[in-house]
Each structure stands twice: as structure tokens, then as C-alpha cells.
Design a protein around this ligand. Structure first.
Ligand SMILES: NC(=O)c1ccc[n+]([C@@H]2O[C@H](COP(=O)([O-])OP(=O)(O)OC[C@H]3O[C@@H](n4cnc5c(N)ncnc54)[C@H](OP(=O)(O)O)[C@@H]3O)[C@@H](O)[C@H]2O)c1
Length: 331
């Protein structure tokens, strides 16, 4: 009996000593749950505000807000072409920039006829480096550019190890993905600052949110664009310029590996047109967004995956895609 008394006394003493720790744990748990709930509520609100509210309250008048002309780089295909069409649908005149004159003429004519706006184009190959910009600077000299969309970008034809990449490909990615956006902003931004209005969209990628082994240089170039846009926004927002980092997930265009599920339009992977119609609505509303509500959910989930699990999984997928590409190359 005495032994039992001693045990219950000891139990009570331990319980009393633990009370403090239990209370601390309860407070920490409540704090964690509250922050998660608030963050979930904020994310849900911004998703609704960005992607659904504009449909109810009406679209921003882009011409009034930013100006009559938009320049879109890499605009004869995929996202660039669809984005240019969406801007034209909103009454903005378009200047297209890509390499191929015939394609530029065709897209330029089609946009002018369909949307009854003025169009023009500049033939330029951004992979050529510095020499590409003189003709662009000359052509844009007397134009009042309200919107600049730095969309042009290139990727590997399939994921690969860094040491397998050719020097040419490295220079192409750096010139097309990084230098083009920096140079185009350098050409266009002074005019916008003078007018105290304008918008710049840099098409980065979700690849900037988590490292992608076997797409190292592409992912790093997209991180550059994301950082560049966000930092530039703080510099120029006070001068009336809106700068957006667009971080799309996968869109079924020619850029994604062909013959895989990524290249087929599906519930998760929209066509360029579906994507652009939503992405343009986020202009002026969000400085960093995937631009498409389903991508916003995917990106939120992706950002919560621990980096090592993500890297392990994505490298596994990349190895499969590489193997498939190499096998079909041999056939
Ligand atoms: N598709 C996706 O899943 C995805 C996801 C995230 C981010 N992005 C980004 O979105 C952007 C557009 O991708 P996309 O999928 O629409 O690509 P795309 O379908 O391959 O179109 C690329 C466009 O860029 C032009 N272009 C390519 N190299 C050029 C160069 N050296 N100089 C001038 N123009 C050039 C092409 O026209 P010409 O051949 O006529 O020159 C074409 O109009 C890229 O920055 C990409 O990184 C794409």
C-alpha cells in the first residue's frame, strides 16, 4: 500500500513538472495552426482576387493604364503569340519580335485583321548577343511603348547532365533567356519612366521556385528573371512602372518535350491561349504570379515539398525523359 502511495505521489509530482511543457506545446501548436490557417486564407483570397474577381468586376483598360503599344519578344509561337493576341483583343497595338520574317509577317497580319489593331514586327535573333539590339533600339526609337513582354526563351531539347551541354547551348540560353530581358528593359524603360507609366512582364518559370537537376542552366536563367523582376519592381514602382515576374508551370507548347504527357493539353497543362487569357488579367494586380489558377495551386504545393524530396523526384523524371529522347534519337 505504501509503495502505491509513493508511486501516485511521484506521478503527481512528474505531472506538475510537465504541466509547463504541455502548456508550452499547446501554445506552440495553436500558433502553428493559426499561422497555417492565416496563410491558407491569404493564399485563397489572392487566388480569388487574381483569377476570379477580374471576371466579375471587369477588365483593366490596358491602353489607358499603360499606353497604346506593346512589344512582345518570341511572339510567333506558343505563349508569346497567345499573349500578343490577348493584348490585341484588349485593344493594344502590337510589335512582334522573333527570328523568322515569314512567321512574323503571318502573325502580324493575322492579329491586325482579327483584332483591328495596328501591328508591326522586328526581325531579331537574340542568340546573337549584343549585335541583335541595335536594330531593335532603332526601330523602337519613336514608339511610345506601354507594355514590354520579355517572353523569348529557349530550353534544352531534353534534360541532360551539365557536362554534356555544348558551349553553344550555354551561350544561347544565357543570351536568349537572360541578356534579352535585361537589354530590352534597358531600351524600353527610360521611355516609360519619362511618361510615368508602363508595364514590364518577364516570363520566368516555376523552375525558379525549386532546383531542377538536369535542367540546371535553364532553371538558373529563370531564377535570374524572377530576381531581376522583383528587385526592379521595388526600384521603379515609385516611378509608376509595374513589373511582373510571371512563373508559369507547364504549358503545352513546342518547348516541352514532344510525345510526352506534358506536350498534350490537359486539365493541368493548358494550351498557350488558355494560359495567356488568364495571365494577361493578372497584369497590374500581382508582381509575382504563375498567371493561371491551376498553376497557382500546383506552385503552392510544389513550394511546400522539401527540396531534397523534390530534387530526387524531378531528377528521376528527367532521367526517364532523357532516356526516352536518346532512344528515339537513335531510331
Ligand atoms: N511551355 C512551358 O511549359 C513553359 C513553362 C514555363 C515558362 N515558359 C517560358 O515561356 C516562354 C515561351 O515559351 P514557349 O513554350 O511559348 O516557347 P516556344 O513555343 O518554343 O516559342 C518560342 C518563341 O521564341 C522565338 N524564339 C526562339 N528563339 C529565338 C531567338 N534566338 N531570337 C528571337 N526569337 C526566338 C520563337 O520564334 P522563331 O522560331 O520564329 O524565332 C517562338 O516565337 C519561354 O521563356 C519559356 O522559358 C514556358
Amino acid at each position: 500500500m505504501a509503495a502505491v502511495d509513493r508511486f501516485s505521489l511521484l506521478y503527481r509530482e512528474i505531472g506538475r513538472a510537465c504541466d509547463f511543457y504541455i502548456e508550452a506545446l499547446v501554445i506552440a501548436g495553436a500558433w502553428y495552426t493559426a499561422t497555417k490557417c492565416i496563410s491558407f486564407a491569404v493564399k485563397t483570397y489572392s487566388l480569388l482576387r487574381l483569377h476570379f474577381l477580374p471576371k466579375l468586376v471587369g477588365k483593366i483598360d490596358l491602353v489607358k493604364q499603360y499606353g497604346r503599344w506593346a512589344v512582345v519578344t518570341g511572339s510567333t509561337d506558343g505563349i508569346g503569340k497567345a499573349y500578343a493576341e490577348e493584348l490585341a483583343r484588349r485593344g493594344v497595338n502590337i510589335i512582334l519580335i522573333s527570328r523568322n520574317k515569314e512567321k512574323l509577317e503571318a502573325v502580324s497580319r493575322s492579329i491586325a485583321e482579327t483584332y483591328k489593331v495596328e501591328t508591326d514586327f522586328i526581325v531579331a535573333d537574340f542568340s546573337k548577343g549584343r549585335e541583335a539590339y541595335l536594330p531593335i533600339k532603332e526601330a523602337l526609337k519613336d514608339r511610345e511603348i506601354g507594355i514590354l513582354v520579355n517572353n523569348v526563351g529557349v530550353c534544352y531539347s531534353y534534360p541532360d547532365y551539365f557536362t554534356n551541354l555544348s558551349e553553344d547551348l550555354l551561350w544561347e540560353i544565357m543570351n536568349v533567356n537572360i541578356a534579352s530581358a535585361s537589354m530590352m528593359v534597358h531600351i524600353v524603360l527610360p521611355g516609360m519612366v519619362e511618361k510615368k507609366k508602363g508595364a514590364i512582364v518577364n516570363v520566368s518559370s516555376t523552375a525558379c521556385c525549386q532546383p531542377i537537376p538536369m535542367l540546371t542552366v535553364y532553371g538558373a536563367s529563370k531564377s535570374y528573371l524572377d530576381y531581376f523582376s522583383r528587385a526592379l519592381h521595388y526600384e521603379y514602382a515609385p516611378k509608376g512602372i509595374f513589373i511582373q515576374s510571371l512563373i508559369p508551370f507547364i504549358i503545352s507548347t513546342k518547348m516541352v518535350p514532344q510525345g510526352t504527357i506534358l506536350s498534350k493539353r490537359s486539365f493541368l497543362f493548358p494550351s498557350a491561349e488558355e494560359y495567356a487569357s488568364q495571365a494577361v488579367s493578372t497584369l497590374g494586380l500581382s508582381i509575382r504570379t504563375p498567371g493561371y489558377w491551376k498553376h497557382a495551386i500546383q506552385v503552392t504545393l510544389l513550394e511546400h515539398i522539401p527540396e531534397w524530396i523534390w530534387a530526387w523526384g524531378i531528377e528521376y523524371v528527367c532521367r526517364i525523359v532523357r532516356k526516352k529522347a536518346l532512344t528515339s534519337k537513335l531510331k
